[in-house]
Design a protein around this ligand. Sequence first.
Ligand SMILES: NC(=O)c1ccc[n+]([C@@H]2O[C@H](COP(=O)([O-])OP(=O)(O)OC[C@H]3O[C@@H](n4cnc5c(N)ncnc54)[C@H](OP(=O)(O)O)[C@@H]3O)[C@@H](O)[C@H]2O)c1
Length: 327
Amino acid sequence: MSSTCDFVVLHTGQKMPLIGLGTWKSEPGQVKEAVKYALGAGYRHVDCATVYSNEAEIGEAFQESVGPDKPVKREELFVTSKLWNTKHHPEDVEPALKKSLKDLKLDYLDLYLMHWPHAFERGDTLFPKNPDGMMRFDYIDYKETWKAMEKLVEKGLVKAIGLSNFNSRQIDDILSMAAVKPAVLQVECHPYLAQNELIAHCNKRGLVVMAYSPLGSPDRMWKHPDEPVLLEESGIKKLAEKYGKSPAQILLRWQVQRKVVTIPKSVTPARILQNLQVFDFNLTGEEMDHIGSLNKNWRYIVPMVTVNGKLVARDAGHPFYPFNVPY
Ligand SMILES: NC(=O)c1ccc[n+]([C@@H]2O[C@H](COP(=O)([O-])OP(=O)(O)OC[C@H]3O[C@@H](n4cnc5c(N)ncnc54)[C@H](OP(=O)(O)O)[C@@H]3O)[C@@H](O)[C@H]2O)c1
């Protein structure tokens, strides 16, 4: 079975493989083997972030598998990382990137994303909180942060910069002042949150969309008791039967067939392999439309915190919280 991965081309000219390996929640004890296995299986794209607290272990996998005399050449690999919310002040941006590079044991990143538009209190505590459990925010404008990220491109430390969890208005706000245009928007996207308007908005402006939580993020904390389970969706299961594929493969095929890059996370070798094996069949136009019609604007990823014993949306009180507009 084919494990060759198709790609899209960013406005920078870089080729970005349509499937990458997600690494959020991949435990430090498991992620090194997962990345090594993925690279051996044919993955050439890995999605990382400072806040996942596992970049040093991913770096060990890169050290063993990537290099001039190693199975994978550096220029064949696409590595993304993300600037965390506590590092939005311009003077914190380059040191934060350099810490990721050091941990990942790389000289440059292919893509560096601003993880969220809103900032937390500066410092080395990833989740600074008040005694009642509420987040300690910082109100720096994300455009200030963007200017500092542009310098990373000028210095050759990153090949492209982009955004994550920005809404359409915030994207346009960045575009109105950017000297270096964002190449990518990474957002939650799957049939229950199809993001058709946001994808059209980005494509018109030259940004490639990267879908996170493409399988519905079944292993995350803060699950809603009544939430719909994407991998159990009957229309998806029927298509899986028809094509002799798994439900996960149907969900991923839908994304890559509409040229949306996606980054399923797994630490299980058989799943890592099957998630790449989505380039040897085609869904019909009708099936693509049917999957798109499952949209219910359901967002799985709304980070929660406990404040005074009650579970509340962690960032909803911040003026740059992105999810208060339709898209
Ligand atoms: N920018 C952001 O704010 C943001 C937010 C969320 C996620 N992300 C990125 O997107 C990546 C993917 O999202 P995610 O981790 O939330 O969730 P996901 O990829 O939708 O789902 C991961 C879960 O699905 C399981 N799984 C993987 N392949 C499977 C298969 N073929 N069949 C059945 N189950 C399968 C995994 O299990 P095992 O690991 O046990 O195999 C894991 O429990 C993240 O890891 C991260 O890199 C970015």
